[in-house]
Design a protein around this ligand. Sequence first.
Ligand SMILES: Cc1cc2nc3c(=O)[nH]c(=O)nc-3n(C[C@H](O)[C@H](O)[C@H](O)COP(=O)(O)O)c2cc1C
Length: 346
Amino acid sequence: MESAHAHRKDEHLALSEAEYRQHQPVSSLKQVRLIHNSLPELKIDDVSLAVSDKNFNFTTPFYIEAMTGGSNRTGKINKQLAEVARKTGLAMAVGSQSVALKDPEAIESFTVARQVNPDGFIIANIGAGHNAKSAQQVVDMIGANALEVHINVPQEIVMPEGDTDFMWLDNIADIIQTVNVPVIIKEVGFGMTAETIQTLHQLGAQYVNVGGRSGTNFAIIEDRRNREQHRSFDFLYDWGQTTAESLLEARSLTDSPIILATGGIQDPLDVLKAQIMGAKAVGVAGHFLHTVLQNGPEGLIDEIENWQRQLKKLYALVGAKSADDLTNVPYILSPELQNYKEQRHL
Ligand SMILES: Cc1cc2nc3c(=O)[nH]c(=O)nc-3n(C[C@H](O)[C@H](O)[C@H](O)COP(=O)(O)O)c2cc1C
């Protein structure tokens, strides 16, 4: 018999897939239009998708974002995602490992990712309510190359059994200072303001994933789980900043951590736009989960290889040989996004 915490992981998986099928997300990056250049003067063969810095070296700028693990069922999905990551060379984050700190039976559903993909870039995941010791434990559990610390207040608010204590800054600072791999502070789909990013930077964060709205929506998912209470939080379904808005927030800072993005990425053009707006790498969760559930690991490998080919062509379309050239690509914002930018004085 699996624990209630493990059962919650199965519910997240099932509800996010059900929600995805009913309303496939529309990325907020659709509100950003790239400006066409008829003369890019480039050969597709000369394009490189590689992105790197002192801590990582990715052949592809998008990666499999944190989702699963904690139960038998989600362990099987982690195994499949790890196979996909190994075969495509993508980095991969596992879902929150806090369940495995309480319940040793859940450990295997995470370690499987490392067993299947011994040399891959694997990212551990834990919530900001945990201390540095627990954070190091989840890193060691899977021999992780980096750690994501997720921040998710709206999710906890809607979740019937959610946390009620959001005193997180000391934990975040301790984790950044003591854990022996690079740390990414990550939202789970509610986005971030420039002020939040600045606070995290002051705490020492080197990497921030703005994790914006317009994709998987944990206000909706937790509300659907909240059956007994029948007290809906439907007024929070559009809470938070979209991914496009969050990237504008991040761009307004002169001194900022390295920015990653996730939330609503549905195709290679969304990846490209997120990069152009300042994301060093781009996480994809719901769309890849849906693909692996529908078409199995082979189907997801096919999808990712197609994205890699198409993204290379898109780089050529905008005249970029590598990610460094993307900063020069002009774009305009929809009136709604422009309005957001103006009202926020970004
Ligand atoms: C089933 C599921 C479980 C998730 N669990 C976690 C988690 O444990 N930790 C975390 O940081 N994010 C978690 N996420 C959030 C994703 O990492 C991502 O930030 C969010 O889904 C937005 O990206 P998307 O629109 O591409 O799905 C989960 C997402 C899904 C779909």
